[in-house]
Design a protein around this ligand. Structure first.
Ligand code: AP5
Length: 228
């Protein structure tokens, strides 16, 4: 039986997708969230929505994101707390791009405990930095539904249009070649320490993110199924 046709149980926990920019976290988080009917919480998408709506938070984070730096923890943590306390998160959820600093991870562990969740499952998408540039500069995202494409690896059927809803495919402001290096530096300095942090706690599972999208999906689903 195909994995999709099985009716999976609920996630009943927080699943964290950790890895460098372009590693495939968003692509796989959408798959997992759909399969388990769980919310997909991408802090990057949340900030991009604030930017496109022109909210005060959006105005604050826009220049930070455009130069590839991390948004200050205080702004991230408030937004995340409000989001996971909503009722749709009560049966588990998928974090994509959060936590990103040790302080965010420590805050999250308190927040999860306070809200009655067991410790999170962490999936680490390991990808050599040399592959990051092609993935990022080739990415196109549907303006309507957020579906993720890649002009080299996962092109749409019709150039510039989403297969699902015909929406326009756009390039993210931080996917310009000159922003890739600062994003990678921020990852290596501030986020990569989380790999050993979660590994020490026995929560981390590695995925070889250099493989095909389907292969990575199978590795990821295997981890989730075996970590019930
Ligand atoms: P965010 O949106 O989280 O970006 P990111 O972590 O840099 O990750 P990406 O979205 O670039 O990559 P991804 O791993 O999701 O890859 P994708 O699946 O799209 O954050 C953006 C910014 O917001 C940050 O820089 C920061 O300023 C701010 N921010 C967000 N959260 C924050 C936080 N917690 N704290 C502070 N600041 C925060 O795939 C990439 C491409 O590769 C696609 O084209 C895809 O089709 C393709 N692809 C995917 N998998 C494969 C594969 N296996 N083989 C070939 N191609 C593939």
């Amino acid at each position: 039986m195909a994995p999709e046709s099985r009716a999976p149980e609920r996630l009943d926990r927080a699943v964290i997708f950790l890895g460098p920019p372009g590693a495939g976290k968003g692509t796989q988080a959408k798959e997992l969230a759909k399969l388990y009917r769980a919310p997909h919480l991408s802090t990057g998408d949340m900030f991009r929505e604030h930017v496109s709506l022109g909210t005060p938070l959006g105005e604050q984070v826009k220049p930070i994101m455009a130069r590839g730096d991390l948004v200050p923890d205080s702004l991230v943590l408030k937004m995340v707390r409000e989001r996971i306390e909503r009722p749709d998160c009560s049966h588990g959820f998928v974090f994509d791009g959060f936590p990103r600093t040790v302080a965010q991870a420590q805050y999250l562990s308190v927040l999860l405990r306070q809200n009655g969740y067991r410790p999170p499952l962490v999936v680490h998408f390991a990808l050599d930095p040399v592959l990051v540039l092609k993935r990022i500069t080739g990415r196109r995202v549907c303006k309507v539904g957020g579906e993720i494409y890649n002009i080299y690896e996962r092109p749409p059927k019709v150039e510039g249009r989403c297969d699902n809803d015909g929406g326009e495919l756009i390039q993210r402001a931080d996917d310009r070649e000159e922003v890739v290096a600062p994003r990678l530096q921020a990852y290596e300095k501030l986020t990569e320490p989380l790999v050993s942090y979660y590994r020490r706690l026995g929560r981390l599972h590695d995925v070889d993110a250099s493989k095909s999208i389907d292969d990575v999906r199978e590795q990821m689903l295997e981890i989730v199924r075996n970590s019930r």
